[in-house]
Structures are given as C-alpha cells and as structure tokens.
Design a protein around this ligand. Sequence first.
Ligand code: KG4
Ligand code: ZN
Length: 339
Amino acid sequence: MDVTESTLILGIETSCDETAAALVMGGHDIVSSVVSTQVDLHAEFGGVVPEIASRAHLEFLNPVIARAIVEAGVDESRVDAIACTVGPGLIGALLVGVSAAKSLSLAWDVPFVAVNHLEAHLYSAFMEDESLTFPLVVLLVSGGHTMLIEMQDHARYRLLGQTIDDAAGEAFDKVARYLDLGYPGGPAIDEAALLGDPEAIRFPRAILDEGLDFSFSGLKTSVMNYVRKHPDVSSADVAASFQAAVVDVLVVKARRAAREVGATGIVIGGGVAANSALREDLLDACAADGIQGFLPSRSMCTDNAAMIAAAGWFRLREAGPSGLDVGATPNLRLPLIDA
Ligand code: KG4
Ligand code: ZN
C-alpha cells in the first residue's frame, strides 16, 4: 500500500500499565490520543502487578479504542492500518493489545503493523518536530531501559551505551519508595525536588568520566545509607540531590555521545524524559554545544499510543505490513546495526 501524508493509523499500546489508543495521520499529526492509566490500581502494591494489568487492559481497551475514534471525529472505515506494541513488556498485558489489533485488522481488512515499544519511544520526538535531521543521539530513559542510541536514519540504530544495572526510572521508583514519596516514583521525586536543595548532599556519579555506560544501583544504595545515618534529613533535599546526581550523569554522557558521533542534536524519550531537571539541563547543554535539543511534550514521553501509531507509520512505509503470525514478545530488543 502507498504510505502517504494522509495515511491514518490506529495505534494500540498495552505493554505495561497504560491502556492507550490513538489516531495519527502521516506519522506525525495526532488526531486523537487516549491514555487510561492504571496507576491507582497498582499504587497500593508499590509497583505494577502483571495479573491486575492484564485484566484492566481487557476491561478498558475496547472503550479506549472507541473513544479515540469518536474523539477523532472520523468513521472507523477511514483507518488505513493498525499498529500495536508487540514488545517489550508484560506478556499478559501485551497479548490483550496484540489480539485486539489483529482482530480489528481482520475485521476492517487493513494491515497490521507490529511495533517495538522502544522504537516507538524514539519516535515521540518526530511527531512534534519533523525538521529533525540525522545523525541524532537518542537518550532513552524509562522504567526498564537506559540507553544511548545513535539514530543514523529511520530504523538504523546503533547502541552507544546502556545501564549495567538499574534503569534510571527504576532508580527513581526505588528511591521514592524508600523515601515514602508515593508511586510512581519519578513524578513524586520530580515534585518533591522542587522544594529541596540539589546541592545539599553530594551523591556519587558513577563512571562519570569515561565511556557511555551508566550505573545507578550504587547511587540508590548510597541514598539509603545516607538516610539511615541521617534520619532527620529533609526528604526534599534528598530527592533534589538524588535527582541532580541522575541528571548530571545522563546529561554528561548524552553530550559525550553527541560529540563522538557528530550528532546534529540530542533527543530524549521514555518516562524519565518527562523529568523537569533533565529537560532543563539537557537544553542548556545542547545550547552550550551548539546542537539541537529535542524534548517531546511530557505526555508523549510517558507511555502512549500516538508514538506507537507514529512508529507504525514509518515501519509500514519502510518495511510494509507485519504478518498475523508475529506475536507478543516480552523481551523484544531494539533492532540494532553493528557498525
Ligand atoms: O516509558 P515509561 O512510561 O514506561 C516504561 O516503558 O517503562 O516510563 C516509566 C518510568 C517510571 O520509572 C517513572 O517513575 C518514570 O518513567 N518517570 C519519571 C517522571 N515521570 C515518569 N522519572 C523522573 N521524572 C519524571 N517526571
Ligand atoms: Zn515506555
């Protein structure tokens, strides 16, 4: 099929704890985007409970898709293809979206496009800024991943560095839980940090001076040890100082990566890319280095289906539809090139 500026794609996302559907035209024009979050259902457990997530997706997915279509003000016959996250993610959660997407593809007789959730995070920036030029460095920071990627072109990714232990979002979630700041941890620390002093405590910045890999588990331990020794310390100061340590490392390494590959700019994606301090520091760093800094809007950083539809548009244009035999793949990796 011809994939054009008017190709309308229904995106579906159910890989973790957001049930989402969106209609996106031409890979960038968001016609509607609906996200139903399960945060309240998982909050009392302090983390995502896979079984609860799958059941909630089952309950909410059809209404969420219906709402995305109604909000778009189009007839379902206008949809040209269905793009859906097939991984990585929780198997039961993924299966709900993938089954729905394949059923709709059969019922409406339109192509099914299997989308890699990580690749979709890389595409959030493209929806909002079509002027992006390659090569770009993408800092992908979510609950499960922390990666620096050189994007040489559409679907041409080279891994430059990644975390050797905890993901950045995981560190935010664990530290927030330890400080009793609430769930999910990232936004809670972001908010608490506004009232704290980022220089109050000098937490370690692991492997800051060399390479492009990250390590956050020592930082988490160091925060816990500090709080144990100083029980009266202000949580806001701990939150702000912890956040400053994470952000420093992320920005220093993203900047180093951009310099090494001669990137035109740095793009951030994934839930942690919604962090206020990271956004501010990254833009300052890019301005200082004379390259562009691209920050997708916060709602496009955390999980949503518009990014799935956008990535689906590019995938459909580059590689055509996926077979219905492509299934949910919990440990799906980003398709990388070697050199
Ligand atoms: O991309 P995402 O929505 O889901 C995954 O694919 O993992 O990322 C979720 C992660 C969580 O760890 C959450 O705490 C973190 O992103 N996060 C933040 C902020 N908003 C979400 N971390 C720091 N600051 C934020 N404002
Ligand atoms: Zn995500």
